[in-house]
Design a protein around this ligand. Structure first.
Ligand SMILES: Cc1ncc(COP(=O)(O)O)c(C=O)c1O
Length: 488
């Protein structure tokens, strides 16, 4: 399988013209991995620009390495946090990459970039005539609408009506159009239905479906994968071993970083997590849940199921209660009393709901494999509590003041008491069972063919062919920038 990179000459010319008029320069994957490659002139121009500003130079902030400031920051190392065992209840070292410091407050701007930019620089997507459609459970359409605005493309964001208020309020200002589909987090089918409606409407659009776009897979494989590698280089002592990573599979983009890491550390593991209230991977299940961003009731087309070692389902009750423990004053002071360093407690708002779920998945992984103090497990905090303030207020209104008794109960039950329940280590047949589930979404409903689904399982190079495409895409970006003529 390869991302289609054929050139459409005339459309590409129109894209070049548009990009030149708007003073846009597009970063390469190499620059997103390593911002030291970004020319000083561009760095200078970033100084007066806020992290979330709709300014084309913020394309150069699609990186894990932004300085953690809302205004005028440049670059440093990868943003990450190591969680102590006083919090996690495991001796293993649990380390999480921090997504809050991407523009929009979530790393999905990178996934969206990975989908849009190859189409733009080849001329397959024409920003002068087409609209970019971003179907998502939240952050991907925020990222897509934002990237579109930076790249002078019109956009349509699609997300379920039940997602948090913050997402809608912000999108209303950035996207050309916002479409709310019925249901909540796990109603992905309704999003796909809306896409078909749009396709059939005759409007000139291109749908960037994160669930089957390999640009999403590739961005995480390359950029998030390298960020993980760098974190390890920084923190790993001579006696330490990297044991693997845990990630929810919303679109199964983030988990592609595990493929990269497994190539570097062949003994490492990949843990895919989902909500217990919608255990699709674990038991072909379905249901509604509150871990915003991780969708489900289907297996994304881009999920490399052959490489998944464990599936784990996380109770959304644990996630919402821990969000209170981590953010309510009584929760924080209880954690300090229990010996969690204040410097860590004050940063617990770096975890959005799916981040908490990912950390719990990492803890369960550590317990399952009986990991100790020299074992490292990585995970990812896609977004932060910045996007869930309204949820905290809703819980406050519904359940009242958060007390020390609540804190003690939640700490004991959901952190110290976290067990290895709702986990399944996958053997070959289990992996194929998860892969086979793709049939019902992708072949029956979404137009993939029987041959494609067979190839995905039986063709040895299916995913590795995509992984090799970064140099080709970077060359196309450089050529495009050159033809635009703004980079000297
Ligand atoms: C908050 C949040 N967490 C997790 C995910 C899942 O990441 P991925 O889609 O890369 O699997 C998403 C995806 O949109 C998200 O918005």
């Amino acid at each position: 399988m390869k991302i289609d990179l054929h050139i459409e000459g005339e459309r590409r010319q129109r894209a070049i013209q548009r990009v030149r008029e708007r003073n846009i320069i597009i970063p390469t994957f190499a620059q997103m991995k390593d911002p030291t490659l970004i020319p000083n002139k561009i760095k200078e121009s970033l100084k007066p620009v806020g992290l979330w500003d709709v300014n084309p130079r913020n394309l150069f902030r699609i990186t894990w390495k932004n300085e953690p400031v809302p205004q005028g920051g440049l670059y440093h190392g990868v943003n990450f946090i190591e969680l102590p065992s006083s919090l996690t209840g495991t001796e293993a070292r649990v380390i999480a990459l921090v997504g809050k410091w991407f523009p929009t407050g979530a790393h999905k701007v990178g996934a969206a970039f990975g989908c849009l930019v190859p189409r733009l620089v080849t001329g397959q997507f024409d920003p002068t005539t087409q609209k970019a459609v971003w179907p998502s459970t939240g952050n991907y359409c925020r990222g897509g609408a934002y990237d579109s605005a930076l790249l002078a493309c019109e956009s349509i964001a699609i997300l379920p009506e039940g997602m948090s208020r913050e997402r809608f309020d912000w999108l209303a200002k950035i996207a050309g159009e916002v479409i709310a589909t019925p249901g909540s987090e796990s109603n992905v089918k309704e999003i796909f239905d809306k896409c078909w409606e749009l396709r059939n409407s005759g409007e000139d659009l291109m749908i960037f479906n994160q669930f089957d776009e390999f640009g999403n897979y590739l961005w995480h494989y390359e950029v998030t994968g390298h960020a993980m590698e760098e974190v390890l280089q920084k923190v790993m002592g001579p006696r330490d071993t990297y044991r693997g990573m845990a990630s929810a599979t919303g679109s199964a983009g983030t988990i592609a970083s595990g493929d990269y890491m497994k190539q570097l550390f062949p003994g490492s593991k990949i843990v895919a997590s989902e909500a217990l209230q919608c255990p699709t991977l674990l038991e072909n299940g379905f249901g509604a849940h509150r871990i915003e961003g991780i969708g489900d009731k289907h297996v994304p087309w881009i999920h490399n199921t052959k490489n998944t070692d464990i599936v784990v389902a996380i109770d959304d009750e644990a996630v919402v209660n821990l969000s209170r423990l981590f953010n309510e004053p009584a929760g924080r002071s209880y954690l300090v009393k229990k010996g969690v360093p204040e410097g860590i407690v004050s940063q617990l708002d770096l975890m959005g709901f799916s981040g908490i779920s990912n950390v719990l998945s990492a803890i369960k992984m550590a317990k399952y494999y009986e990991l100790g103090e020299n074992d490292i497990v990585l995970t990812v905090l896609t977004d932060s509590m910045e996007l869930y303030g309204s949820r905290l207020r809703e819980m406050h209104a519904e359940f009242g003041e958060y007390s020390e008794t609540d804190a003690a109960a939640h700490f004991a039950r959901y952190l110290k008491g976290q067990s290895t329940d709702n986990m399944l280590e996958l053997n070959y047949t289990d992996r194929r069972r998860v892969h086979n589930l793709k049939y019902f979404t992708w072949v029956e409903q979404q137009g993939k063919t029987y041959e494609e689904i067979q190839d995905q399982w039986y063709e040895r190079d299916y995913f590795s062919d995509v992984q090799k495409q970064v140099p080709e895409i970077d060359a196309l970006i450089e050529e495009f920038n050159h033809d635009v003529g703004l980079v000297k």
